[in-house]
Design a binder for this molecule. Structure first.
Ligand SMILES: CN1CCC(Oc2ccc(-c3[nH]nc4cccc(OCC5CCCCC5)c34)cc2)CC1
Length: 279
């Protein structure tokens, strides 16, 4: 097997975990047989703005380490003109794969994962970061809890077309908030000032909807344009089939409110009765 050296430490590459265009994530072992994830970014084709966005993501990831256990651990990184290596803690499974493989979700597990997601997103919001593209592939299960693995700051270097929709749900509209679709003031894909923290609440609501009903609210609409219209159309009623956990039903309905001003906040979600661990 191949080995890589980061800041003078040698790692044995076990396998590739995922890839998105010019960035690849590997599972590696250090000399003490400790498991890590290494994100490798090839900068040869990257423009200055992209390089800057990666440095920005790393700086934020580094700075937020101390504030929450729900942010993936960053151990080291190496940046040169031609590549970046980021050494991070290695999880067991990303939430996207976990959701795809699970037929039913254990209600207590779902509740714990929800609490972890809220804490992770509250942490980045407290430090002025709005992710604006949250989806299950941004979370990884490490032992029994969920951790956020990226802040949506680094550009996805133009992935080759084969990977764009297959791996890690890049480019999916299923978690996109209505205000991001209506927001005509900013150039496409950039989080503008109008996209507030409430946009991340909508996306988290879609993830939780999927953990409850096995699909996202607009997943059945396959035409992308029709899907976008349905997300912004107030007359398009979203379905909330009745479930035993009434508190969870309330959480879903309050996250998936089209008007961001009327949508529940992260702070209110952390106080919501659904998270009182009585069940
Ligand atoms: C399909 N198969 C994949 C390997 C394995 O799942 C993962 C294991 C570890 C991880 C990970 N840990 N730390 C990580 C730190 C950064 C990025 C990470 O992933 C990136 C990207 C990998 C592809 C899916 C979306 C996330 C990271 C993530 C998925 C089992 C399922």
């Amino acid at each position: 097997n191949e080995s890589i050296v980061i800041k003078g430490k040698r790692f044995l590459v076990l396998k590739m975990i995922g890839q998105g265009g010019s960035s690849k994530v590997y599972q590696v072992l250090d000399q003490r047989n400790q498991l890590f994830a290494v994100k490798y970014v090839n900068l040869e084709e990257a423009d200055a703005q992209t390089v800057e966005s990666y440095k920005n993501e790393i700086e934020h990831l580094n700075r937020l380490q101390q504030y929450s256990d729900q942010i993936i651990k960053l151990y080291d990184y190496e940046i040169t003109n031609s590549y970046i290596y980021i050494l991070m803690e290695c999880g067991n499974l990303d939430l996207s794969t976990w959701l795809r493989n699970r037929k039913t979700v254990n209600p207590l597990e779902r509740k714990l994962y929800w609490k972890n997601m809220l804490e992770a997103v509250q942490t980045i919001h407290k430090h002025g970061i709005v992710h604006s593209d949250l989806k299950p592939a941004n979370f990884v299960i490490v032992n029994a809890s969920l951790k956020l693995i990226d802040f949506g700051i680094a550009n996805c270097i133009q992935p080759d077309v084969t990977s764009i929709m297959t791996d890690s749900q890049v480019g999916t509209l299923n978690y996109m908030p209505p205000e991001a679709i209506k927001d005509t003031s900013s150039q496409p894909g950039k989080a503008s000032s109008k996209i507030s923290t409430k946009g991340d609440v909508w996306s988290l609501g879609c993830i939780m909807y999927c953990m409850t009903y096995g699909k996202t609210p607009f997943q059945t609409i396959t035409n992308q344009i029709t899907k976008l219209h349905a997300i912004i159309d107030p007359t398009h009623e979203m379905e909330f089939p009745d479930i035993a956990e009434k508190d969870l039903l309330d959480v879903l309905k309050r996250c998936l409110v089209r008007n961001p001003r009327e949508r529940i906040s992260i702070a209110e979600l952390l106080e919501h009765s659904y998270l009182k661990l009585q069940s």
